[in-house]
Design a protein around this ligand. Structure first.
Ligand SMILES: *Cc1c(COP(=O)(O)O)cnc(C)c1O
Length: 382
């Protein structure tokens, strides 16, 4: 374990004090099952935190996107718009359902979906009579996309939004909780997210009928008969009661975790303050981000080393850093898909991928550990 404690991780689980109590309660009452009181409570608590009418706890954020898209009746041959600058799990569920993604670029301030690229995509779709069934909008690295602009466009074309808030639980957009802007919002409680159940996810919505349907599909879609009868395809996607117990404990410390990650960001900002050529992801004026990960761009005209070289250097010191997400339109898996860049001749996400870097940002990162990261980077670039 010594090695494990020495390594500085990008984002590692950070338990509070109540998780074990909730788990013990599940054991004591023998609710070690994919049903039980923690699940219902966890759903109510997340819905209440986000100001939505209801929630369904699932095994992953990916499952949550899958079932949200199914609830929107995405099916074979359909088109779904999706942010290009994201983790692959935002897009894969589109393909699970037999639909085809069309990728939309980022805008340079928030790094999230570009309203002007979205507008061009809608105009092209209308001209080709190939309107999307849904738009998956991603909130990256703890920052909301610009929902006023995006919702205006989606409403104009009457296309619902799935808000992929896997990375933005705890963030705000114009005073409202991230995840509450789409027809459905989804969260992830994977081990590296701001709070974790080891593996887990959630769908939130104001559409309680749709949530009932999602809950039904997530538990193998058993008809309400006394025997095993099935009329629809279902999945084994329900979060377990034990993991929901962890989630309830984590939710109690979510706001502390947000503050801690914002502090980590501040220390990086101070640590690199004298330096030219480092551009942190900006906090857009429309919201409050969590700084789930501190992400930055290195200006290649000023800084001679590449993100890859910095990552290797940090790795040699047992520090984990990562490139930013490789855009979906550049993934071998999705090269054949249509893509709408921010400007006709200028792709923001490509530039972010070439220049971007994510630094260790865990809420449990100590100032001492962080100083190690900062000095290693300073050594490399000065
Ligand atoms: C983590 C993540 C997901 C997937 O969540 P899982 O719980 O790992 O399935 C989806 N979208 C984004 C943007 C993510 O970062």
């Amino acid at each position: 374990m010594a090695h494990k404690s020495e390594r500085i991780y990008l984002s590692s689980p950070h338990m509070g004090s109540a998780e074990q109590l909730f788990i013990a309660e599940a054991f004591d009452t023998n609710w070690v099952a994919p049903v039980g009181p923690h699940i219902t409570k966890f759903e109510e608590e997340v819905a209440s935190y986000t100001g939505t009418a209801g929630a369904v706890a699932l095994t992953s954020g990916t499952a949550a996107i899958h079932l949200a898209l199914r609830a929107l009746e995405v099916g074979v041959g359909d088109i779904v718009f999706c942010s290009t600058f994201t983790f692959v799990a935002s897009a894969n569920p589109i393909v699970y359902l037999g639909a085809e993604p069309v990728f939309i670029d980022s805008e340079p301030i928030s790094w999230n979906m570009s309203p002007q690229a979205l507008k061009r995509a809608f105009e092209a779709a209308q001209k080709n009579s190939a309107m999307p069934k849904a738009v998956v909008v991603v909130n990256l690295y703890g920052q909301s996309a610009d929902y006023d602009e995006i919702t205006k466009l989606c409403d104009q074309y009457n296309v619902p939004i799935v808000e992929d808030a896997a990375e933005s639980l705890g963030a705000m957009y114009k005073g409202k909780a991230s995840g509450s802007f789409g027809r459905f919002g989804i969260f992830s409680f994977n081990g590296n997210k701001i709070i974790t159940t080891s593996n887990g996810g959630m769908v939130v919505s104001d559409d309680l009928d749709a949530l009932r349907k999602i809950r039904f599909w997530s538990t193998q879609a058993k008809d309400s008969t006394k025997y095993y009868q099935h009329s629809e395809i279902g999945y084994n996607y329900r979060l377990s009661n034990v993991l929901a117990g962890i989630g309830r404990g984590q939710l109690l410390v979510l706001d502390d975790r947000v503050e801690a990650r914002r502090k980590v960001f501040k220390r990086y900002e101070e640590g690199f303050s004298g330096l030219r050529g480092i551009h942190f992801m900006e906090e857009a004026p429309f919201g409050r981000m969590t700084r789930w990960l501190t992400a930055l761009k290195l200006d290649p005209a000023i800084i001679a080393v590449s993100p890859e070289e910095i990552i290797e250097k940090l790795e040699s010191k047992n520090i984990e850093a990562r490139r930013v997400w490789k855009p979906m339109h550049r993934q071998p898996l999705y090269l054949h898909c249509n893509y709408f860049p921010h400007e006709e001749d200028g792709s923001v996400s490509d530039e972010l991928f070439n220049q971007g870097l994510c630094l260790p940002s865990g809420s449990n990162l100590s100032p001492h550990q962080q100083n190690k990261v900062i000095s290693a980077i300073l050594q490399e670039i000065i």
